[in-house]
Design a protein around this ligand. Structure first.
Ligand SMILES: Cc1cc2nc3c(=O)[nH]c(=O)nc-3n(C[C@H](O)[C@H](O)[C@H](O)COP(=O)(O)OP(=O)(O)OC[C@H]3O[C@@H](n4cnc5c(N)ncnc54)[C@H](O)[C@@H]3O)c2cc1C
Length: 534
């Protein structure tokens, strides 16, 4: 490909709901490139089951959705950002309908479900596979939009900034500079190419893969957060990682959620037989299995650590078999495939990292600290989620900020960037020790799980920080001396994100929302978001 054909008006990294929405909003007036590191459909968006929160019913109000979000956010949500998302949510739903998303209907109206933490029915959905339907609809649209060029299997290596290439004025203290484009690794040719554009949008999703157990897809390695941080952007609230209490624990299956509805319908959490086989939730909370997500996740974590066991069990077998099959057809079928008949046997489960509340610090237009760079979707911190995310509030955040960023980009001049240097590979060789990378991946994810998971202590955080320092040195050496691979790039980003999580957690001397420290079990009344400055 001729280098000039990698010149665009806007580069969008990521093909989830955030990235594709932004691309479609921009395409009428701009030449847009969407880069995505695997296939277009890979990412969290396609996996979302529940739906999208928006005030659509007559018995609901913006004030109520705002209040519910603020309650979930445990005092740390930003009021302006929360209002902004809530008030723009209905128009996002209207836009998705215009795009052709076949939302579930009842009697000629959108069917709305209700989820934990919402005080009204306000979840717009496509049966129990909302994300897949939305993602596919947008992919089809993008394929039919001539102004959008998609680069699949292209992994962002790094952003190119005016400061990095030494443009005059960009090295002044306090000036983050301007984003001019990026380097991306093309898997097909195994080459790193330069993409150039006056505007870049990061829409790379969350960072669940930094933990051993996660509900997230393999793409969730925090690449955008790490790249923005390296480019000089602030990052906020990285200590707030939401853990889902019950993910299937099975050697051959990654990331299969066991819905909270199983507990809602009477499922009981049990210790493994080797640890007594008893029910443990009543000792942790009077609401037992029906306690909120974070309470159940903490209780499971406590029992697993106390007994040194790999998982606990969720048992619904006391309900009639027909009831179980009818209420949980997918879970029943999936578990049966694996040899677990949930009408007769308990399901092995572990809590798993589910959502990254923090991210690249942005304003109400999705702008970051770097001119020419926006961040949207799970990779961004907008202030909406505070210390905990309300269910179904993330897809809507993707859409509202995709539109806001597109509007902001449309209103900005598009100065042609200068010529950019090609990727320099003159000093690197092929690594002959891929095992080091896979070993470091495993080590990082395990110690993050053990030391920086659901329950934290000063000592555990310090242990994690120490290991991160060692890994960073080793990975940096690899990065400098060897040809880059996707695994290496992801590991480099994961270790950066791990560092940001640990530093943020170390700075929070209280327990609030998703951050629980045994050394600081109380809430601090003067608590603020944690912002790290590069
Ligand atoms: C199992 C599950 C269920 C969920 N259910 C719901 C729900 O019901 N409602 C709700 O509101 N939220 C839900 N969420 C959360 C929600 O799905 C995500 O927050 C949201 O989809 C994030 O969208 P995104 O566009 O920011 O990122 P993603 O959809 O994750 O897309 C990120 C994109 O960036 C690409 N990418 C990443 N790094 C690079 C790189 N270096 N170079 C190039 N491309 C890159 C990826 O390949 C991918 O295309 C759920 C999440 C999970 C995992």
């Amino acid at each position: 490909m001729n280098p000039a054909s990698r010149d665009f008006d806007v580069l969008i990294v990521g093909s989830g709901l955030a990235g594709l929405s932004a691309a479609l909003h921009l395409a009428p007036n701009h030449r847009v490139a969407v880069l995505t590191k695997r296939a277009m459909s890979d990412g969290s968006s396609g996996w979302a089951q529940g739906g999208i929160a928006a005030v659509m019913g007559e018995d609901d109000s913006f004030a109520s959705h705002v209040d519910d979000t603020l309650v979930a956010g445990a005092g740390l949500s930003d009021l302006a950002a929360t209002r902004f998302v809530v008030e723009h949510a209905p128009e996002s739903i209207a836009w998705l309908r215009q795009m052709g998303v076949p939302f579930s209907q009842e009697a000629g109206h959108l069917h709305l479900t209700r989820e934990g933490g919402h005080s009204a029915r306000r979840i717009v959905h496509v049966t129990d596979a909302t994300g897949a339907a939305v993602q596919q609809t947008l992919i089809d649209r993008v394929h039919r939009t001539p102004n959008i060029t998609v680069f699949e299997r292209h992994t962002l290596v790094d952003l190119i900034t005016s400061r990095k290439i030494g443009l005059p004025g960009s090295a002044q203290p306090g000036v983050a500079g301007r984003c001019l484009g990026l380097y991306a690794l093309d898997e097909a040719t195994d080459e790193v190419f330069t993409f150039r554009a006056p505007q870049t949008v990061l829409a790379t999703g969350g960072a669940g893969k930094v933990y051993l157990y996660t509900t997230n897809p393999d793409t969730a390695t925090g690449d955008g957060i790490a790249a923005a941080w390296r480019a000089g952007c602030r990052v906020t609230n990285m200590e707030f990682i939401q853990f889902h209490p019950t993910c299937l624990y099975h050697p051959n299956v990654k990331s299969f959620l066991i819905s909270e509805a199983v507990r809602g319908e009477g499922g009981r959490l049990l210790l493994p037989v080797s640890a007594g086989g008893t029910r443990f939730m009543p000792q942790h909370d009077p609401r037992a299995e029906l306690a909120p997500r974070d309470v159940v996740a903490r209780a499971i974590d406590f029992e697993m650590k106390k007994h040194g066991v790999d998982c606990v069990y969720l048992d619904i077998s006391h309900q009639p078999a027909a009831f179980v099959r009818e209420h949980f057809p997918n879970i029943y079928a999936r578990c049966l495939d694996l040899g677990i008949d949930i009408t007769r046997q308990p399901i092995p489960v572990v809590p798993a990292a589910h959502y990254t509340c923090g991210g690249v610090h942005t304003d109400l237009s999705g702008r970051t600290d770097l001119e020419g760079l926006h961040a949207i979707g799970e990779t961004a911190y907008t202030g909406l989620h505070g210390a905990n995310r309300l269910a179904s509030n993330s897809l809507v955040e993707c859409m509202v900020f995709a539109r806001a960023a597109a509007q902001d980009i449309r209103s900005a001049p598009l100065p042609a960037p200068p010529a950019l240097p090609a990727w320099d590979e003159s000093r690197v060789t092929d690594a002959d020790e891929a095992v080091v990378i896979s070993h470091n991946w495993d080590e990082l994810r395990r110690f993050m799980w053990d030391y920086v998971g659901i329950v934290r202590t000063n000592k555990r955080l310090e242990r994690a920080a120490h290991r991160i320092r060692l890994l960073q040195e080793e990975i940096q050496e690899f990065y400098r001396n060897f040809h880059v691979t996707r695994d290496l790039l992801e590991l480099r980003n994961l270790v950066t994100v791990a560092d940001l999580i640990v530093r943020s957690a170390q700075g929070r001397h209280e327990s609030r929302g998703l951050h629980f420290s045994r050394d600081y079990p109380e809430m601090d009344p003067d608590s603020k978001p944690t912002t790290l400055v590069p």
